[in-house]
Design a protein around this ligand. Structure first.
Ligand code: HPA
Length: 284
């Protein structure tokens, strides 16, 4: 955690070289598994698993429910690399450590990034276990200089000022929606706005009410930094939240958000999400 490693071109190139010596698989799709969603890796055929701890200058995981592996292999006819376990800023990782795996994917040949996360449901129409395709985001850390792109711009990866109006590919969102219909799960799939908060505490009822008023449908502590890094280096992005808990807007409620509920709900829906991802990858 919080090392002096920089996610600059020469560091990331050296890691890419290490990976290429371990596997000849050249991935075109990158996948990041959210809390409790590591089983998505079961859909990867002929997997080559490289532990984070084996990779020089790669961060290590600290959260339960996150394994620490890069899984290379195929889904359908495409080569993929999956991050089983991700790095959140609240764990104390630097913005370089959060950026590094995404830039590594870029240098390995990835052109499309699929991201999943566990999130609290703010929209009253959402139920536990629903999937929310992210169409836009609000980032509290991002708006307040805790932005993963702060610092000298690395022009080898992208430009200084990036647009975020097109962050979440319209084509991929449409594709996911049509697949959800075909797979008869359209009733649990929505499109919504993800609000990124710093964490690590779950939000208070007053905070949840505020986030809802601002137009957010789901709330979580991840994804946006990775999406910003991906968009900076011109990866196409699709992101989806799994509603693992319903945000509590009432101060008198006896319910409490907890990590165990997040993990158990994630486990129930892993297969549904896996099937959607598999079909998306086949048709991309
Ligand atoms: N808030 C923030 N992050 C989360 C939540 C939540 O309610 N559930 C899962 N990740």
């Amino acid at each position: 955690m919080s090392s002096n490693v920089k996610a600059d071109y020469s560091t990331v190139s050296a890691i890419a070289k290490f990976i290429r010596a371990r596997t000849s698989i050249k991935p075109e799709v990158g996948i990041i598994c959210g809390s409790g969603l590591g089983k998505l890796a079961d859909s990867v055929k002929n997997p080559v698993v490289i532990k984070y701890e084996e990779i020089p200058n790669f961060p290590r995981v600290t959260v339960d429910g996150h394994q620490g592996n890069l899984v290379f292999g195929t889904i359908g006819t495409k080569n993929v690399v999956m991050m089983q376990g991700r790095f959140h800023m609240y764990e104390g990782y630097s913005r370089h450590e959060v950026a590094l795996p995404i830039r590594l994917m870029k240098l390995l040949g990835v052109t499309t990034l699929l991201v999943s996360n566990a999130a609290g449901g703010l929209n009253a129409n959402y139920k536990l276990g629903d999937l929310v395709i992210i169409k836009d985001h609000i980032s509290f850390p991002g708006l307040s200089l805790n932005n993963v792109l702060v610092g000298a711009n690395d022009a080898d990866f992208g430009v200084r000022f990036i647009a975020t109006s097109d962050a979440y590919s319209t084509d991929l969102r449409q594709l996911a929606l049509s697949i959800a219909k075909e797979q008869n799960v359209a009733d649990i799939v929505h499109q919504g706005v993800y609000v990124h908060v710093g964490g690590p505490n779950y939000e208070s009822p007053a905070e949840c009410k505020m986030l809802r008023m601002l137009g957010a449908d789901v709330v979580g502590m991840s994804t946006v930094p990775e999406v910003l890094i991906a968009r900076h280096c011109d990866l196409k992005v699709f992101a989806v939240s799994l509603v693992t808990n319903i945000s509590i807007l009432n101060e008198e409620s006896k319910e409490k958000a907890n990590h165990e509920e997040v993990l158990s709900t994630a486990a129930i829906r892993t297969i549904t999400l896996q099937k959607i991802f598999e079909e998306m990858i086949k048709r991309m």
